[in-house]
Write a protein that binds this ligand. Structure first.
Ligand code: OOG
Ligand code: NI
Length: 463
């Protein structure tokens, strides 16, 4: 027995603290949370089947606290330190995202809980990017940036002590956990005082706005905190009435009866007043923005390949301009291309396109001929597994929009997962492995509860 606070509970304390801090820093965030709550309540009331499905998957309870945030880091040491910090809260790096395809000098992972139980308790995730100075053409400027970054310390001494303690002792006491959350929060705070002169800022900004955002400040300010909505189109439509202007098009798949993967939309960054070193007058910087998302079922590799093909075809046939022009044609093209994608849960499952989670309806029954027979008889229920990750093309669109353009850009890829993992000091977990394991484990358990050991024996290890 230990008297450690559970990492899931530390994560809940931390995500609540982040949300409170962001609400105080960015007033529009509070307005968005209220809007999403209202839309979610109306959606659940109008759709009892969806409500039942979310209840069954343990997702209804988590919905009100569900958020993802994003940060951008400057160095390998920072990334390794963030990995250790998030591990204290039960968040681990999942997936590698190459954003160079969109001309962005970053690559990323998502820190998130990885077991179904931990996800059900609080799925807080942080999309975490590392700047890639090797992609900056101006080598002298890249060196200046590296030298500036080498000077900063993004973790408080108190946070570092408590991370060491959590690693050495396998956890933190409740009192230490509360102190840890308060110390960790400091890393993500907004600093209106820049660490560079306005000349240096201008040069960094010229190289890339992202570089200026990462290099010019004391730490990796949280740049958005995204609530999950059950109806993104309803929220997008209601945003202007609350004084919020969303980007031109929703990223990801089109609206579907059986939602897949992830749909996201964001609204423009705030313009903040900053004080540059040695400057008498106040300067300006845009870093932070708002975003909402709707999550659908996670896709198996075959489903994901089909998604990627449909999306690429739509993007190629109907490009969106920097000012958002062509948005309506793009949505029409997207819907046309995705007509090829099955749009009901039963077919997504039978065609092997999406991941599900199984549960028994009632107790043991006589031996059945197959898993399908049990499903048809209503004894075994398959619920869609929510996609818990991100999409590189969508993420690039969110970055671009926040950097001031709705244009869709396609550059040549320069992925370097190995360099990212070296910086991280660990390998990123493959998301597919997690969904596959959750599906398999739930099916075994459900079949055992139904007394179908002969069917368990038939499940292949690869399934
Ligand atoms: C991250 C942008 C990507 C998402 O949800 O895909 C993103 C950033 O701007 O730092 O937020
Ligand atoms: Ni985001």
């Amino acid at each position: 027995m230990t008297d450690h606070m559970h990492p899931d509970d530390i994560r809940t304390l931390f995500s609540r603290a982040m949300s409170d801090m962001y609400r105080a820093e960015v007033p529009q965030y509070g307005a968005l949370i209220d809007l999403v709550r209202a839309v979610n309540a109306a959606t659940l009331e109008a759709d009892p089947d969806l409500a039942a499905q979310l209840d069954a998957g343990g997702e209804r309870a988590r919905l009100d606290v569900e958020r993802h945030g994003a940060i951008r880091l400057g160095t390998a040491e920072e990334l390794a330190g963030i990995r250790r910090m998030f591990a204290v809260m039960g968040m681990y790096p999942v997936g590698y995202y190459d954003l160079s395809v969109a001309g962005l000098p970053v690559h990323s992972t998502a820190f998130r809980p990885i077991t179904p139980e931990a996800l059900a308790r609080n799925p807080f995730r942080v999309f975490t990017s590392l700047i890639r100075l090797e992609l900056v053409e101006d080598r002298a400027l890249a060196e200046t940036a590296a030298a500036i970054l080498a000077q900063r310390r993004i973790f408080t001494p108190g946070a570092l002590t408590l991370i060491d303690r959590a690693e050495a002792e396998g956890g933190l006491s409740a009192a230490d956990a509360r102190r840890f959350v308060a110390e960790a929060l400091q890393t993500f705070r907004w600093h209106s005082e820049a660490t560079v002169s306005s000349e240096t800022y201008a040069a960094l900004h010229e190289a890339h706005r992202l570089i200026a955002d990462v290099v010019s400040f004391r730490g990796p300010h949280i740049n958005h905190l995204t609530p999950r909505t059950l109806d993104i189109d309803a929220v997008q439509a209601a945003m202007p009435r609350r004084g919020i202007t969303p980007k031109a098009v929703v990223e990801g798949p089109p609206r579907r009866r059986a939602p897949i993967l992830l749909r996201q939309t964001s609204f423009k960054a705030l313009e903040e007043t900053v004080r540059f070193q040695g400057a008498a007058a106040a300067g300006r910087h845009t870093a932070r923005f708002g975003e909402i998302e709707q999550r659908g079922v996670a896709l198996k590799p075959a489903g994901r390949a089909l998604y990627d093909r449909c999306l690429a075809a739509a993007r190629a046939s109907a490009p969106v301009g920097a000012d958002g022009s062509g948005g309506a044609a793009y949505v029409a093209a997207l819907e046309a291309r995705f007509a090829a994608f099955p749009d009901d849960a039963a077919r997504l499952r039978r065609d092997g396109l999406a991941y599900f989670r199984y549960r028994p309806a009632g107790g043991a029954v006589p031996p059945a001929a197959s898993v399908e027979a049990l499903i048809e008889a209503g004894r075994l229920i398959a619920d869609p597994q929510t996609y818990e990750d991100f999409l590189p093309v969508s993420a690039a669109g969110i970055f671009q929009s926040n950097l001031g353009s709705d244009a869709q850009s396609n550059y040549s890829a320069a992925a370097n997962r190995e360099a990212f993992e070296t910086a991280l000091g660990a390998q990123v977990t493959d998301a597919d492995r997690l969904y596959r394991a959750a599906e398999k484990q739930s099916l075994r358990r459900a079949l055992a509860a139904l007394g179908q050991d002969h069917l368990i024996a038939r499940l292949s290890d690869a399934a």
